[in-house]
Design a protein around this ligand. Structure first.
Ligand code: NAP
Ligand code: MG
Length: 407
C-alpha cells in the first residue's frame, strides 16, 4: 500500500503512563504503515517537563499557534504524591491548563457512539458536545467565611481611583458565607468565537444557556456578547451552512437536552459545563469513549482523549501484565487531528484515511471485539469478546487494511 504523504507537520505532544504506551502502539500499528507521518514532536511526559523546567509545554503550545493543529497524549498533572514519585523540583502546572491559557481556547467534549452501547437517555441518538467556558466565575472567586455579624459590600474603583460602584451585598446579623466572582468580556468573546467556529466546522447547531433572568448583569452579559458576535460575524455563515444558534435559559436547556435526540453543541458557563459534561459523558457510557478538542478563537485545534493517563493500568503494565486499556479516544484524537490537517492542506487522501480509521474502530467494536471496560456496558444480546489493548489495536488494523484495500 502506498503511504499517504503529508504537507504541514502536526504538533505531536507525547504524554505519560499507560496512554504513552498506547500512543506508541497506535503510531506503530495504525498510523506509520499508512501515513508518511510528519510531526513536530514535543515530549510532555513528566520527566521531560522536569528536565526542561516545563519549557517543553510552552513550546508545544507555541508550535500549535504556528501550525494550527496538534494531537496530545494524556499527561500527569503533578500533585504532592507525584512530586515524590518523580522527584520533581517543582509541582509543575497542568499542561492542559498551560496550553489552554496560551491558545485562549475552549474545550469541546463529545462521546463516540456505537450501536451496542445505548445511552442512559433512550432518545439520544447522536453525540451531544459540551463546550465549557473554562475561565473565571467560582473557579477564580474570592470567598470569605463570615464569622459574625457585619456588613459585606461590593466596591468598584476605576483606574483613576474614583469609586463608581458601592453597594451592600448583605448586612449580616449572624455568621454566613460570602463570594465575589468575576469574568472578563475578552474571555467571554473568545469563548463565543470558539463556539461559533466549532459549530461551523462540525456543521452542528449551537445552544447556549445561562441564568440571565436572575443574574441580570453577570449572566446577561454572556447572553448579550454571544448575541452580538453571532449577529455581526456568524449569522450569514450559519444560515449558509444550514445550522442555527439558539439561546435559552439553563433550566429550559436541561429539559430540552434530555428530550432531544442529540447532534448539537451545548455551550455552558464554567460551572454548568463542569457539572453537565460529567453528566452527559456518564449517560453516554464511558470516559474511555470521550473525545476532547481545544479550539482557539482564531481557529487552532488541539485534539486529545478526555481521560487521564490510566495510572492503575500502568502499574499493572510495569509488572509485566497485558492490560485491557481502551485506546479508542486516543485513536480519535489522532484521526481528528489528521482530518483537520488534511482539510487545511487540501489533502483529501488524509481526510479519507481519518474517516477509514474511525470506521475501522467502529467495525471492530460492532463485531463485539472490545476492551474490558466496554464489555459491561454493551446491551445483553450483543456477543462480545474482551481483548487486551494490543489485540484490540491489531484487530482495528485488520479492519483498517480491509477498508483501504476495498477502495
Ligand atoms: P484516568 O486516567 O482517566 O483513569 C481513571 C479510571 O477510569 C481508570 O483507573 C480506569 O478505571 C478508567 N479509565 C479511564 N480511561 C480508560 C481507558 N482508556 N480504558 C480503560 N479504562 C479507563 O483518571 P485518574 O486515574 O484520575 O488520573 C490519572 C492521571 O491522569 C493523573 O495523574 C491525572 O493528573 C491525569 N489526567 C490527565 C488528563 C489529561 O491529560 N487530559 C485528564 C485527567 C487526568 P479502572 O481502573 O477501574 O479500570
Ligand atoms: Mg467535573
Amino acid at each position: 500500500m502506498k503511504r499517504i504523504m503529508m504537507k504541514t507537520p502536526l504538533v505531536e505532544m507525547d504524554g505519560d503512563e499507560m496512554t504513552r504506551i498506547l500512543w506508541q502502539m497506535i503510531k506503530d500499528e495504525l498510523l506509520l504503515p499508512f501515513v508518511d507521518l510528519k510531526t513536530e514532536y514535543y515530549d510532555l511526559g513528566l520527566p521531560e517537563r522536569e528536565k526542561t523546567k516545563d519549557q517543553v509545554t510552552f513550546d508545544s503550545a507555541y508550535a500549535t499557534q504556528k501550525y494550527g493543529v496538534a494531537v496530545k497524549c494524556a499527561t500527569i498533572t503533578p500533585n504532592k504524591q507525584r512530586v515524590e514519585e518523580y522527584n520533581l523540583s517543582e509541582m509543575w502546572k497542568s499542561p492542559n491548563g498551560t496550553i489552554r491559557a496560551i491558545l485562549d481556547g475552549t474545550v469541546f467534549r463529545a462521546p463516540i457512539l456505537i450501536d451496542s452501547i445505548r445511552p442512559a437517555v433512550r432518545n439520544w441518538k447522536k453525540p451531544i458536545t459540551i463546550a465549557r467556558h473554562a475561565y473565571g466565575d467560582i473557579y477564580k472567586a474570592t470567598e470569605y467565611r463570615v464569622p459574625t455579624e457585619g456588613k459585606a459590600e461590593i466596591i468598584f474603583t476605576d483606574k483613576d481611583g474614583k469609586e463608581t460602584f458601592h453597594e451592600t451585598v448583605y448586612d449580616f446579623e449572624c455568621a454566613g458565607v460570602l463570594q465575589g466572582s468575576y469574568n472578563k468580556d475578552s474571555s467571554i468573546r473568545s469563548f463565543a468565537h470558539s463556539c461559533f467556529q466549532y459549530a461551523l466546522n462540525t456543521k452542528q447547531d449551537l445552544w447556549f444557556s445561562t441564568k440571565d433572568t436572575i443574574s441580570k448583569q453577570y449572566d446577561q452579559t454572556f447572553k448579550l456578547i454571544f448575541q452580538e458576535i453571532y449577529e455581526n460575524e456568524y449569522k450569514a455563515a450559519f444560515e449558509a451552512a444550514g445550522i442555527t444558534y439558539f439561546y435559552t435559559l439553563i433550566d429550559d436547556a436541561v429539559a430540552r437536552v434530555i428530550r432531544s435526540d442529540g447532534g448539537f453543541i451545548w455551550a455552558c458557563k464554567n460551572y454548568d459545563g463542569d457539572v453537565m459534561s460529567d453528566m452527559v459523558s456518564t449517560a453516554f457510557g464511558s470516559l474511555a469513549m470521550m473525545t476532547s478538542v481545544l479550539v482557539s478563537p482564531d481557529g487552532k485545534y488541539e485534539y486529545e482523549a478526555a481521560h487521564g493517563t490510566v495510572t492503575r493500568h500502568y502499574y499493572r503494565y510495569l509488572k509485566g501484565e497485558e492490560t485491557s486499556t481502551n485506546p479508542i479516544a486516543t485513536i480519535y484524537a489522532w484521526s481528528g487531528a489528521l482530518r483537520k490537517r488534511g482539510e487545511l492542506d487540501g489533502l483529501d487522501e488524509l481526510v479519507n484515511f481519518a474517516d477509514q480509521l474511525e470506521g475501522a474502530c467502529i467495525d471492530t467494536l460492532n463485531s463485539g471485539v472490545m476492551t474490558k471496560d466496554l464489555v459491561g456496558l454493551v446491551s445483553a444480546e450483543t456477543k462480545t469478546s474482551a481483548v487486551n489493548s494490543r489485540e484490540f489495536i491489531l484487530a482495528i488494523r485488520k479492519n483498517l487494511e480491509a477498508r483501504l484495500l476495498a477502495e
